[in-house]
Ligand binder design. Structure first.
Ligand code: ZN
Length: 264
C-alpha cells in the first residue's frame, strides 16, 4: 500500500479528506472509489479547478454516512430538523449578470463568474437543507432582468435572492450590503441575509436598505439582492475570488433564508 492509498483509506474511515499538494479531484475520487461528479456534488464544488490545498472534503460513502448519522444523533433537534425536513418554500437563486453582461470586471475577475460560483454553492446548501431550488441561469449566459423576475413569478410560496459582487471607482471602499424592494417581508429578509453575511464572511457591514432595482420590484415574492463584497478593492477582490469566501457567502445566505423562513 503506497502512502497516498494509506491516506485515502484513513480519510474514508473518517468520512473526510484534507486536500494535499499535488492532489486532484480525480486522484482523490479514484483513491476513494467514488466518482469525481459525486465528490464534487457532495462538497458543493462547481469547477474542478477550484480545489484548494488544505480544504476538507467529505468523502461520499458508507463510512461518511455512518459518521453523519452518529453526529446528527448527538446534535440538537433544531440542527436535525433544519437539515432533514423538506421545506415548503422554493428559493429562486438569481446569479447576477452573465453572457454579454459581465457585471463588474476588476483585476481580471468577472463579477458574473463569482455570482454563478456562489450560486452553485448556495444551491447545494439549500437542497441539503430541504429547500426546492430554481436557478435563473446555470451557465455564462445573458438573462434579462424582467426574465429573471418572470421565472420567480412562476412559483408560489417562493423567495428570490439575487447574488452580486460590488464595485466602485472609489477603490478603498469595501464591505457587504443587501438590498430590498420595500415590503416588510423583503426588508426582514434583507436584514437577515445582511446580518449573516457579515458574521460568516467577516466583511464590513454596509447595511441592508431599500433600492429600486428591477428584479426586486418585479418579483411578486419576497426578494433581496446581496452584494457579497467589493471586487474593486484589491484586498477584498482577492478574498472574494477564493472558493472559501464564496462558500462562506453561500452558507451565510442559507442561514439568512432559514432565519427569515422561521419568522414567515
Ligand atoms: Zn452586479
Amino acid at each position: 500500500m503506497c502512502g497516498i492509498c494509506l491516506v485515502a483509506v484513513l480519510a474514508n474511515a473518517n468520512g473526510a479528506h484534507i486536500v494535499k499538494k499535488g492532489e486532484t479531484l480525480y486522484s482523490i475520487a479514484t483513491a476513494n472509489k467514488v466518482s469525481v461528479q459525486r465528490l464534487m456534488s457532495e462538497n458543493g464544488i462547481t469547477k474542478p479547478t477550484s480545489l484548494q490545498i488544505g480544504r476538507r472534503l467529505t468523502i461520499p460513502g458508507t463510512s461518511s454516512k455512518k459518521k453523519t448519522a452518529s453526529i446528527s444523533l448527538k446534535t440538537s433537534t433544531v440542527t436535525r430538523s433544519s437539515s432533514s425536513v423538506t421545506k415548503s418554500k422554493t428559493v429562486i437563486i438569481d446569479p447576477g449578470h452573465g453572457g454579454r453582461d459581465k457585471g463588474a470586471v476588476w483585476g481580471g475577475v468577472r463579477e458574473s463568474d463569482l455570482n454563478l460560483k456562489t450560486a452553485f454553492k448556495l444551491e447545494y446548501y439549500l437542497k441539503r437543507a430541504g429547500y426546492k431550488v430554481v436557478m435563473t441561469r446555470r451557465s455564462d449566459r445573458y438573462v434579462s432582468l424582467m426574465s429573471r423576475a418572470a421565472i420567480a413569478n412562476r412559483y408560489r410560496n417562493a423567495v428570490f435572492v439575487s447574488i452580486h459582487y460590488n464595485a466602485t471607482r472609489e477603490t478603498w471602499v469595501h464591505g457587504g450590503e443587501t438590498f430590498h424592494g420595500g415590503s416588510s417581508t423583503s426588508r426582514y429578509l434583507a436584514s437577515s441575509l445582511q446580518r449573516n453575511l457579515v458574521s460568516h464572511c467577516k466583511v464590513r457591514n454596509r447595511g441592508a436598505r431599500y433600492a429600486g432595482f428591477t428584479v426586486l420590484h418585479n418579483t411578486k415574492c419576497p426578494a433581496a439582492l446581496v452584494e457579497c463584497g467589493f471586487i474593486s478593492n484589491a484586498k477584498e477582490r482577492a478574498r472574494c475570488n477564493t472558493s472559501s469566501f464564496q462558500d462562506a457567502a453561500a452558507r451565510s445566505i442559507l442561514a439568512g433564508i432559514e432565519r427569515w423562513d422561521r419568522a414567515y
